[in-house]
Design a protein around this ligand. Structure first.
Ligand SMILES: *[C@@H]1O[C@H](CO)[C@@H](O)[C@H](O)[C@H]1NC(C)=O
Length: 354
């Protein structure tokens, strides 16, 4: 009896998640089964696949984090997942959904990231987006945002559009960042085939308030659910050789790149731009574009600055308190990147609850 009741509750909860996932995404993209396009990357026992083939749970415990990787490399595409982040105390925990070719190009790798940084305060995760091209980690293009919802309560869709001309990061159907390729970016714009990764790991050294708050394994295991994975891109047979092979619904069929670039999700309509501006003015806590302390020579050529964003940014004072931290040599091995001081984090907390 008790078992049956629990089962019904679980079924009802699952149905809700499905409905909200559908409702929250305006994009008409095919969902791929995990087995079809992904393989385990690390942390064997901590990668738990659901029987339906559509959901993979990544766990972090004292023993290990975990992750999976796409079976193919892609040169451009639209990459998307519904992600539900770990609940409760998650300081130091990092969940990432990203594109990279760091395993192929050690010194000149490209990378596009969603990084989710755990929190001492339950649902108050921060989201970071990164853009690196041809090993440009010393010219990091990071941004951070607070979410306008609690990302631990239900799954939300996070998507990356990577076209030869521009990059868009989406949270549900709101674009939160657009990087238009500027000639001045040179090799800093990602231009080599990348694989898709999802990982959870211990980022105690930097993730939460500049490393002040570490992972507390009393709250382990930390569980993040990835579902409704979507890969619409040009599959590449040999990542170093750029040989294209056929792929379903991608840009590898004739005229396909144009198809990708004119798809609904590749176009920032005036309505979407307004939503993006509103999100950035309200939710963004850090962007390299206004960080005069870190980049004294001025903003990057592709920065599309707005007075409203800049004023909000300066009011919060992050440009004054950003310090560089060296991340430990982990699986994703990479150089310097920005982290913030406890003072800046307190500023964010005040903004978040205002
Ligand atoms: C990428 O970096 C390598 C090594 O620094 C350099 O030789 C090459 O010209 C760069 N490529 C681009 C497109 O900037």
């Amino acid at each position: 009896m008790a078992t049956k009741a629990r089962f019904l509750l679980a079924a009802a909860a699952a149905a809700c998640v499905c409905l909200s996932a559908v409702a929250s995404s305006a994009f008409d993209v095919p969902i791929v089964a995990f087995e079809e396009r992904f393989s385990p990357l690390f942390g064997d026992g901590n990668l738990v696949r659901a029987a339906d083939g559509r959901t993979a749970r990544l766990l972090l415990d004292r023993r290990s984090g975990s992750g999976f990787i796409s079976s193919d490399y892609y040169l451009h595409g639209f990459f998307s997942a519904s992600i539900k982040l770990p609940k409760d105390y998650t300081a130091g925990v990092v969940v990432a959904f990203y594109l990279s070719n760091g395993d192929v190009y050690e010194k000149t790798h490209d990378e596009l990231d969603f990084e989710f940084l755990g929190s001492r305060w339950g649902g108050q995760w921060r989201v970071q987006t990164n853009v690196y091209g041809n090993g440009s980690t010393s010219r990091g293009r990071e941004e951070r945002y607070l979410l306008p919802f609690d990302p631990t309560l239900e799954a939300h869709r996070y998507s990356i559009l990577w076209a030869p001309t521009h990059i868009i990061f989406y949270v549900d159907d709101t674009p939160i960042r657009e990087v238009i390729r500027h000639p001045g970016m040179g090799g800093d714009f990602p231009a080599k085939p990348m694989a898709v990764y999802a990982t959870i790991w211990d980022g105690s050294a930097w993730a939460t308030e500049g490393g002040k708050y570490k992972v507390n394994y009393k709250y382990a295991p930390f569980a993040s659910d990835f579902s409704d994975l979507s890969l619409v891109g040009c599959r590449v047979a040999d990542p170093a050789g750029l040989t294209l092979t056929r792929a379903a619904g991608g840009c590898d069929d004739e005229g396909g790149l144009l198809g990708l670039m004119t798809a609904d999700y590749a176009v920032v309509t005036p309505q979407r731009r307004a939503a993006m501006r509103a999100f950035r003015a309200r939710q963004m806590t850090y962007t390299v574009c206004y960080d005069a302390a870190r980049y004294a020579a001025g903003p990057f050529p592709e920065c599309d600055n707005s007075d409203e964003e800049r004023q909000a940014f300066w009011a919060w004072g992050e440009s004054k308190t950003v310090v560089m931290k060296t991340r430990g040599r982990g699986r994703r091995g990479r150089g310097n990147r920005a982290a913030t001081t406890a003072g800046a984090a307190r500023g964010r907390t005040a903004v978040a609850s205002a």
